[in-house]
Design a protein. Structure first.
Length: 298
């Protein structure tokens, strides 16, 4: 029987289209959720007291998240196609496997960025400039694994830009006392989930000579993840205090803390399947916080 999963929808697409859908990771939506959810937090916090978040902005940012995550994956695969061929988990990616050419992926990237620009142009002028400023991070992130053991930090700076952009899209500018702690919390969260993700490939990464926080932290990973989680929770509390959030918000922050504690405590860094499961479960973390923000506003 057919399912309605993203992977099944990609498999059901016309054959010539499938490599492009896989290039933008449409069959693996976890990353799109992790890019989108900080946007929802910011849009939710910017809503007026007693009001639900702006559904139009949530929809617009949802489309933008799909396009920009796809563009980021395309750029990543263009930089990494030679590395990807040497790693079992990534060898079947369209560029590494030769399903599409570098030129075809470049044209496809141009299309994704053009559509993303159309989404950005629907926002106010402040947000257009702020959104455009993130493009340098999107382009340079894939290079970081070649030069630093902290590419996950650069990914965090990139993936959580929506924590700034969502607020400015509603308010017309950033309230830094709220947006910066929210952004910092998102960066800490990314360091948690992407370090877990990186443990899947650590053996291959050593062989091909690329770096990650997983290789840097080694057996101390859980202590580092605990520190990042604590920093995330404290920053979320600070953001909540600075925008007068209420009890449901702090209850959600506590639930996020419990989820992260369980995630870290039960993590087996030497089992790739467990690392993937824990990584993907972070969608629940983001949704819990968004629900808390909505209920806190109401």
């Amino acid at each position: 029987p057919r399912s309605f999963s993203a992977a099944e929808l990609v498999r059901a697409a016309p054959a010539p289209l499938q490599p492009y859908l896989r290039l933008m990771r449409l069959h693996q939506p976890a990353g799109t959720w992790l890019l989108y959810l900080p946007c929802t937090w910011s849009i939710g916090l910017a809503a007026a007291p007693g009001c639900l978040p702006d559904w139009r902005m949530l929809s617009l940012f949802g489309v933008g998240a799909v396009l920009m995550r796809g563009a980021g994956c395309t750029i990543n695969d263009m930089w990494d196609r030679d590395y990807d061929r040497q790693v079992a988990r990534t060898a079947s990616r369209p560029l590494a496997a030769g399903d599409i050419s570098t030129f075809q992926s470049l044209v496809f990237l141009g299309g994704q960025l053009s559509l993303a620009l159309c989404v950005l142009l629907c926002l106010n002028h402040y947000s257009i400039i702020l959104g455009a400023a993130s493009l340098s991070l999107v382009i340079t992130y894939p290079l970081m694994k070649r030069i630093t053991y902290w590419p996950q930090l650069v990914l965090g700076l990139t993936f959580n830009w929506g924590a700034l952009l969502g607020w400015s899209a509603i308010k017309g500018s950033c309230e830094w006392s709220v947006c910066l702690p929210l952004y910092f919390a998102g960066v800490m969260w990314t360091l948690v989930y992407d370090t877990i993700y990186a443990h899947q490939d650590k053996r291959d990464d050593i062989m091909i000579g690329v770096k990650s926080t997983a290789l840097h932290f080694k057996e101390d990973t859980k202590q580092w993840l605990s520190g990042f989680s604590l920093a995330m929770l404290l920053s979320l509390c600070l953001a909540g205090v600075n925008c007068n959030q209420t009890f449901p918000y702090y209850s959600a922050v506590a639930a996020v803390g419990a989820h992260l504690a369980h995630q870290i405590y039960t993590l087996d860094i030497d089992k790739p399947e467990d690392c993937w499961k824990k990584f993907a479960s972070n969608r629940t973390v983001g949704i819990l916080l968004f629900i808390g923000i909505m209920l806190g506003n109401l």
